[in-house]
Write a protein that binds this ligand. Structure first.
Ligand SMILES: [Zn+2]
Length: 275
């Protein structure tokens, strides 16, 4: 696990075990707000041990940016904290998260003790302001990667936890194109000093707008590829072999996982439009 301090009061933790997934902690005089947790208990426990030394009141809230396993599995390690998420996240945890966890536990003993914590506080449309001590964290709904996604913007520090709305390659397999575009555009209206992606490196101020534009361009590029493929007999096969570099993105981040995400995006878009 990698630990970074991105402002006086904000730490980011990046998993060494799974796809560089990130979690964050916002420290206030009255305790901490966590943004997600790490999927494997060992790493979330390391993170918790560090945070216990940083702030005596401990973790008061855990914000879930969306229901996916890699972002939610550590929440049970903070039983004293209230869990905050979108209402949709609650529904998806019940419908998909809990049964999936039961299945993966049989395959992975490292997840044996994990249980899903359902949200205590939810909001649905628009935004919610979460206030603790002297800090306000704006929770901004950002569907697209998943229907229940949110981004967390820490006003004082100008740090945006974009979660999986921003990735080294956008992922729409469990989501939807046009809402992801709208959610990405919301970032351009915020003043951002550091942007924490759901997976991968922290993005600095000068790069934020570029990354948003690159992500929007990527969505245009895959849409064009799929439109093209729908006109051809062998369209689906062509998409399965498509190289992410033809969209302007690198195939290197996340140890090559981005290429798999790219093909999954193309095929899921193709299936949706072909039917
Ligand atoms: Zn993720």
């Amino acid at each position: 696990m990698l630990r970074e301090r991105v402002s006086d009061d904000i730490y980011v933790f990046t998993s060494a075990l799974y796809a560089k997934v990130t979690a964050g902690a916002v420290v206030t005089g009255e305790g901490m707000i966590l943004i997600d947790s790490l999927p494997f208990p060992d790493e979330t426990k390391q993170m918790r041990a560090f945070l216990t030394r940083v702030s005596r009141p401990g973790v008061r809230y855990v914000v879930l940016t969306h229901y996916h396993a890699d972002h939610t599995y550590g929440a049970y390690l903070f039983p004293q904290a209230d869990i905050v998420a979108r209402e949709r996240c609650m529904e998806l945890l019940i419908k998909v998260g809990i049964p999936t966890l039961e299945r993966v536990k049989e395959e992975d003993p490292a997840l044996e003790e994990v249980t899903i914590r359902l949200p205590d506080v939810t909001f649905d449309e628009g935004e919610m302001g979460l206030r603790l001590g002297e800090k306000v964290v704006r929770l901004i709904q950002s569907p697209g990667h998943t229907p229940d996604s949110l981004m967390a913007y820490v006003e004082d520090d100008r740090v945006l936890f974009a979660a999986d709305t921003v990735l080294p390659v956008p992922s729409i397999v469990d989501g939807e194109m046009s809402s992801l575009r709208a959610s990405l555009r919301k970032i351009l209206d915020l003043s951002v000093e550091n942007m924490v992606q759901g997976h991968g490196e922290v993005i600095l101020r000068g790069e934020v707008d570029d990354i948003v534009k690159i992500s929007l361009n990527y969505l245009d590029a895959i849409e064009e590829k799929v439109d093209e493929a729908l006109k051809r007999e062998d369209g689906r096969e062509k998409l399965a072999q498509d190289n992410i570099e033809s969209t302007g993105l690198s195939r290197l981040p996340l140890n090559g996982l981005v290429q798999q995400i790219h093909v999954a995006n193309l095929l899921s878009l193709y299936e949706r439009r072909a039917s």
